[in-house]
Structure formats: structure tokens, C-alpha cells
Design a protein around this ligand. Structure first.
Ligand code: FES
Length: 159
């Protein structure tokens, strides 16, 4: 038997605030997913069911929103999530070197988390800073004009 997961009072307050800003409850779906992810680090199947219940939509419908929006993590992630841009400008400006360096230093590929839970590495579409490619984002911090030499210094800032 599975226990029914519920949202915390704090999560409900924050989600209800978002619901009040949109015309229908389900229009707050992405914000609700982001709120729960902020509190729990990722969105498990149980969390997803609890959010869907609160938004009065089906878990399948909410899951399709979560799947479409690639910044909602449906599996546990590390303490720091690296989003490496693999779109055209970054690709041309040295993406492969940067990816290779991250793989060698962290010993993980895309979709993986270091055994110590420090980093998860994910590919990401254009981060909107193509003129300063290659670029990546760690948590909410953007890094541009990347070089292999700068990566060590950047990674050392995250524990
Ligand atoms: S292509 Fe990488 S930031 Fe736009």
C-alpha cells in the first residue's frame, strides 16, 4: 500500500499565490512544479500526484507539462545542476571541448550525477547568450565565454 503524499502548508500557500495570478488553476502548472522542486530538489511521482490533485487535473496531464518543460527534474539530481548549452552558437564556439572537459573532470555524462551528489550534468537548449558562447548555467547562475581553464575555477565555487 502506498501512502498518499500531500503538499506542505508552505507549498500550498506559494502555489495558491500563483493560481490567483492566472485564469485557471491548471495554468499555474509549471509554477507549481517549480515551487515543489525548489522545496524538494526534484518532483517525484508522488509529489506530481499531490500537485495534480491540488490543481484539479490528472497526474498524466501534469506529467506531460513536466516532461515538456525540461527544467523540471523527474529524477533526483545533485546539489548543483549544470545545464550545458548544446545549441548552434555554443556548438560552433567550443561546446565539445567544454563537454569533454566536464566529463573528464566529473566522470559523468549527460543525465548523470556524481557519486557524492555534488553535480548533475544536463544538456540544455540555447541559454540566450549566443554572442558570448560557449555558455552553461549552474543552478541559476550563468557562465559565458567559457574556456577549459575557467571551468576549474567555476566548479570549485560549488560544493
Ligand atoms: S547557442 Fe548557446 S547560448 Fe545560444
Amino acid at each position: 500500500m502506498t501512502t498518499l503524499e500531500t503538499l506542505t502548508a508552505e507549498e500550498i500557500t506559494e502555489i495558491d499565490h500563483e493560481i490567483a495570478l492566472v485564469p485557471f488553476r491548471k495554468a499555474a502548472a509549471i509554477e507549481a512544479l517549480k515551487i515543489v522542486q525548489q522545496h524538494r530538489g526534484w518532483v517525484s511521482d508522488e509529489s506530481l500526484r499531490a500537485i495534480a490533485g491540488h490543481l484539479e487535473i490528472s497526474p498524466d496531464e501534469l506529467d506531460s507539462v513536466a516532461t515538456f518543460y525540461n527544467l523540471v527534474f523527474r529524477q533526483p539530481v545533485g546539489r548543483n545542476v549544470i545545464l550545458l548549452c548544446d545549441s548552434i552558437s555554443c556548438y560552433v564556439m567550443g561546446y565539445e571541448k567544454i563537454y569533454g572537459y566536464l566529463r573528464d573532470r566529473l566522470h559523468i555524462g549527460f543525465g548523470e550525477t556524481t557519486p557524492d551528489g555534488r553535480f548533475t550534468l544536463l544538456p540544455n537548449a540555447c541559454l540566450g547568450t549566443c554572442d558570448r558562447a560557449p555558455a552553461l548555467m549552474i543552478n541559476n547562475e550563468l557562465f559565458r565565454d567559457l574556456t577549459e581553464a575557467r571551468l576549474d575555477e567555476i566548479l570549485d565555487g560549488y560544493h
